[in-house]
Design a binder for this molecule. Sequence first.
Ligand code: AMP
Length: 223
Amino acid sequence: MNILIFGPNGSGKGTQGALVKNKYNVAHIESGAIFREHIGGGTELGKKAKEFIDRGDLVPDDITIPMVLETLKTRGANGWLLDGFPRNMVQAQKLWDALQSANIKLDYVIEILLPREVAKNRIMGRRLCENDNNHPNNIFIDAIKPNGDKCRVCGGALSARSDDQDEGAINKRHDIYYDDKTGTLAAAYFYKDLAGKGKTTYVELNGEGSIDSIRDTLLAKLA
Ligand code: AMP
């Protein structure tokens, strides 16, 4: 099973993605997480990517596209859920071309819809667990408030991503996401168009519901 998931930063994409990953037992490939691994490991790629990430800009395509396509090959042999990629039209087209030439089916494309202001507030409140980035913790959302300063799922230590606390960087990320001409929504609509031609299945979800209700709707729509 091969799945793409779209949603603005703050839409719960990572949380829902983790559920989808567990349902199908596929690799959860997150472009942002791969970059953070490189930065943590002090690699050349990480050093190059960091300045773009800290500003809230996209890392250039000539770094990002080969990195993601390579990861799909090495970690995605038994299926994948790709999260955070594609983020623009060039990436969307290159991914589709790569899948076509390798004869790989794209089973589902999921889009989580959420108004921009709602997404922004959620981002500023979210906290990352040291044990699992997809343990949901958000100081502004009652249902997933951390346990004091610890993860509500496992008690792990929490931290905030530096690019989550910078309003300018958040706005930039959302400018890119909500751009339906060349940005991430354009990439999502590229696949929506392909779904209209019967080449994949497009699933739209209202991101304003609770984690559980979105999950139930999502799992009901997937085979
Ligand atoms: P994320 O964890 O998805 O919010 O990604 C964190 C940052 O990594 C983004 O703000 C970008 O700077 C970079 N990044 C992640 N995915 C991509 C991508 N597909 N293309 C370019 N840059 C990306």
